[in-house]
Design a protein around this ligand. Structure first.
Ligand SMILES: Cc1cc2nc3c(=O)[nH]c(=O)nc-3n(C[C@H](O)[C@H](O)[C@H](O)COP(=O)(O)OP(=O)(O)OC[C@H]3O[C@@H](n4cnc5c(N)ncnc54)[C@H](O)[C@@H]3O)c2cc1C
Length: 279
């Protein structure tokens, strides 16, 4: 049940959503409302005075696929993404979604809400970061495509900036030879230590052609400089490579942002385990 002092606006199109955001100062966004509900403990759902629901905007509920990428409207539900099957969705993303909440919640929960949830980065964040997903961000006047690392930061910038919302998520269709998704913390629930880890590898004639390593939880990480240190090495990696890379890895994962903690130890263990799969 909703508290009575809230007005919920339902937009019928993106243009209408933009107009509502422009005209109602301080209006908040919601989609499936499952993350908003998860953060509350009372019997009634407490929402701000004015809320714009994006869940019924048809343009935000579409999925389109081209040879190069798959594009999701931000209100596409997690269950419709799973319905695409592993063949049409990157394995890391598919596996990540399977660990989220339960089937009933996934029919309401949206991809946009999962990415945009404030504070703790949720389960699809690391896979999308590793896959180089781009976001279409709408303000009342324009639509801009930006990489996730530009839209979010570890130092306080939270979406939405006034009147801004994520309208699409574009995920490149690259072929990866190895895709690993791991989750720290119990599947299906969010706790303080919930984090996700994604590791992707592409090889070419016994050379490591590309690697992506991403982490998201209290903080998120993707260090292209560290990945570049690994790219171009011969496969299989040697024991010396592993020792050398693990020695260097801590220099790249700034303890200022990512202080010594259970999560930091988990990250380095997952990194070493994943690199060892390449030996
Ligand atoms: C029992 C339970 C278990 C859960 N387990 C998990 C789990 O294991 N892993 C996990 O990741 N999540 C989990 N969740 C949280 C939630 O279900 C998912 O993260 C879901 O994907 C959030 O999507 P939503 O549409 O419900 O977001 P909402 O709750 O509607 O919104 C979440 C936030 O995103 C903002 N937002 C929504 N859409 C947009 C947009 N298009 N642009 C900008 N901002 C937007 C809203 O303003 C709000 O701040 C769980 C929830 C419950 C209730």
């Amino acid at each position: 049940m909703l508290n009575k002092r809230t007005t919920v606006y339902y937009a019928a199109s993106i243009a209408e959503a933009q107009t509502i955001l422009k005209n109602i100062a301080g209006i908040s966004l919601c989609a499936g409302c499952t993350e908003i509900a998860r953060r509350q403990t009372g019997r009634n759902l407490h929402l701000p005075a004015h809320v714009l629901s994006l869940s019924r905007v048809p343009e935000l509920c579409t999925i389109s696929k081209t040879e190069r990428y798959i594009e999701f409207g931000s209100s596409v539900t997690l269950s419709s993404m799973l319905e695409l099957g592993k063949k049409n969705l990157s394995e890391v993303l598919f596996e990540a979604i399977q660990t989220i909440a339960n089937p009933s919640i996934r029919t309401l929960a949206t991809l946009g809400g999962n990415i945009a949830a404030k504070g703790h980065r949720l389960t699809t964040f690391a896979p999308l970061l590793a896959l180089d997903a781009r976001l279409e961000v709408r303000s009342p006047t324009e639509a801009l495509w930006v990489p996730m690392t530009r839209h979010f930061s570890n130092t306080g910038k939270e979406t939405p900036v006034t009147g801004e919302f994520i309208s699409k998520i574009r995920v490149p269709n690259d072929n990866w030879d190895l895709q690993i998704f791991k989750r720290v913390g119990r599947p299906g629930v969010i706790t303080d230590s919930t984090s996700s880890f994604a590791f992707l590898v592409k090889s070419q004639k016994k050379l490591l052609a590309d690697i992506r390593i991403a982490w998201a939880g209290k903080f998120f990480f993707r260090q292209r400089e560290f990945e570049n240190l690994i790219i171009g090495r011969s496969l299989p990696l040697s024991e010396r490579d592993i020792i050398n890379l693990m020695d260097k890895s801590s220099l790249f994962f700034d303890p200022g942002l990512f202080p010594p903690s259970y999560e930091r130890s988990c990250f380095f263990n997952l990194l070493e385990d994943s690199l060892r799969l390449l030996t």
